[in-house]
Ligand binder design. Structure first.
Ligand code: GLN
Length: 514
């Protein structure tokens, strides 16, 4: 065991290792910038030139939005690999943050070219930062440290505090001074995150300081050359697209991307099995993780209706008047983060209490539960959209209830799944597997966009059926995951390394067999 990965005596941040403070606040500011900017994105793209926007059609804007959110998470795959083999998590997070900040600075300059270049920079930077900062959280704990789930829940709370700040600050600036001020605020947020990261880096006590499985000097050189060549290719394509030499149709591209992401996810996972030189325990642990990934993908495909169809439902079909005050549409989305922050302490305490009583539900079980709870939120949407189909605007409580249910589901699945990735991945592949996991967000986001395409508020009578289908699908997959989790439960408990004696906890497994 790498001693750098065990900082288990330290409990200086709410009972968690002090390094969590560094990661918590960095990710908080990064998410402030991500969600703050994301909240303005579709509004900016569809606003007229006079309103300060770029006057795209709704179809193009939502397709670009889906591609952007999908790409942000997709890039976690190379980002995780770069940390494992070339840079280490600390540097990947640092450079990722700088690239994100530059992206927001470019976005703050009013120009259409700047807008697309800024988004590309945010995508590249987030790919470097997001999986690696998340993987480093897990490396703060020793293999048998019970605080891991609670630590991820706390970290997840930081994500959502950042989101709340983002929604309110950029939303305020956009309505009062203009879109580009909102984008500028996102750059300031990321800068604050970088400053505190730099200042509190020693708290990480060496976690992520080096790549866990560095390539040799030649491999490194070749990899960097390839990376620079790919970036140069991207720059050329961007230049040609901005000058209309090549025409990119975002709607067509978005349609194919979900399929490509899914193929890449399966191919990558399979290649880790085939070429990762895994021990038998590692294979079983990754088998258990695969189940969590399936639950996660289906979860986000439903949950991410928040930014699309729920958003439109809030705007067009919900009675947002409270007396003389009209609730702004974007406020509904921030309900998720507000509920999350409010409920997080209860969930952190719940997992700790359960583990003290030796009732430690498996990762698979918690994921299935999260997925099923999320899916039941769609029963509420079924009734809400039925009411809306009658022609009257519905009360805001419907969406409030849905967001509450979805947040409870999120707390059962999402932070727990992050903990699962960090616990079940071989250390030498920690970044890569977090990258593969973040790909489940990418798939979920793109599928969510495709589903939302069938949820047109102009035609609310079609909504109940689709919402009901999402409910049935979610509960069915959740039930299957639940049953399979009964089998993978004991795989989750296998020790990380079956190459050294006594490592196998499962008594039925012979020790040290390849
Ligand atoms: N809110 C979580 C985060 O930002 C999950 C995002 C997602 O779309 N999966 O980390």
């Amino acid at each position: 065991m790498d001693p750098k990965n065990i900082v288990d005596k330290d409990a200086s941040f709410f009972g968690q290792p002090g390094g969590l403070q560094t990661l918590f606040f960095t990710e908080m500011w990064e998410r402030m910038s991500y969600y703050g900017m994301r909240a303005l994105l579709v509004l900016f793209m569809t606003a007229t030139l006079q309103e300060g926007g770029i006057a795209l059609t709704v179809a193009s804007a939502t397709a670009i939005y889906g591609l952007y959110t999908g790409a942000v998470y997709f890039m976690g795959l190379p980002g995780g690999w770069i940390a494992d083999r070339l840079l280490g998590g600390q540097k990947a997070t640092w450079y990722g943050g700088i690239i994100i900040m530059l992206g927001h600075i470019v976005l703050a300059i009013p120009s259409e070219a700047g807008f697309f270049i800024g988004m590309i920079l945010v995508v590249l930077g987030t790919g470097l930062l997001k999986p690696n900062i998340t993987a480093m959280v897990g490396q703060l704990y020793g293999p048998n440290d019970d605080r891991r789930d609670g630590g991820y829940t706390l970290y997840y709370m930081g994500i959502n505090i950042g989101s709340i700040i983002g929604y309110f600050v950029t939303g305020y600036l956009q309505t009062n001074v203009g879109y580009h001020w909102g984008f500028g605020a996102a750059a300031v947020g990321m800068a604050l995150g970088l400053i505190q990261y730099r200042l509190t880096l020693p708290k990480l006590k060496g976690v992520g300081a080096e790549p866990p499985k560095p390539l040799g000097p030649n491999g490194m050189k070749r990899s960097w050359m390839l990376i620079w060549a790919l970036l140069a290719g991207l720059a050329v394509v961007t230049y040609l697209a901005l000058n209309d030499v090549i025409i990119i149709n975002p709607t067509v591209v978005a349609g194919n991307v979900a399929i490509i992401f899914t193929i890449i996810f399966f191919a990558y996972y399979l290649s880790i099995f085939l070429f990762g030189k895994l021990t038998r325990n590692e294979m079983k642990r990754l088998g258990a993780l695969f189940l969590v990934c399936i639950a996660s993908t289906c979860f986000w495909a439903g949950f991410e209706q928040a930014g699309s169809s729920f958003n439109l439902f809030a705007r067009d079909l919900t009675d947002r008047m409270v007396g003389d005050f009209e609730i702004p549409t974007t406020w509904f989305q921030s309900l998720n983060s507000i509920f999350l922050v409010a409920l997080s302490p209860f969930f952190a305490a719940l997992w700790i209490n359960l583990s003290k009583r030796m009732i430690n539900p498996s990762y698979g079980f918690k994921s299935a539960l999260g997925l099923i709870i999320m899916a039941t939120g769609f029963i509420v949407m079924f009734f809400a959209s039925q009411a809306a189909a009658s022609g009257l605007k519905v009360a805001p409580y419907w969406l409030v209830a849905v967001y509450f249910i979805h947040t409870v589901g999120e707390l059962c699945l999402s932070p727990v799944a992050l903990s699962a990735v960090s616990k079940l991945s071989p250390k030498r592949m920690a970044g890569q597997l977090m990258g593969v996991f973040v790909l489940t967000y990418a798939m979920g986001n793109v599928i969510a966009g495709l589903l939302a395409g069938g949820l047109d508020p102009e035609n609310p009578s079609a909504m109940p059926e689709l919402y009901w289908t999402i409910f049935v699908f979610g509960v069915s997959v959740g039930a299957v995951v639940f049953v399979l989790a009964l089998f993978t439960r004991k795989w989750e408990k296998l020790a990380e390394d079956d190459d050294h004696p006594g490592a196998v906890i499962d008594a039925n497994e012979p020790v040290g067999k390849p």
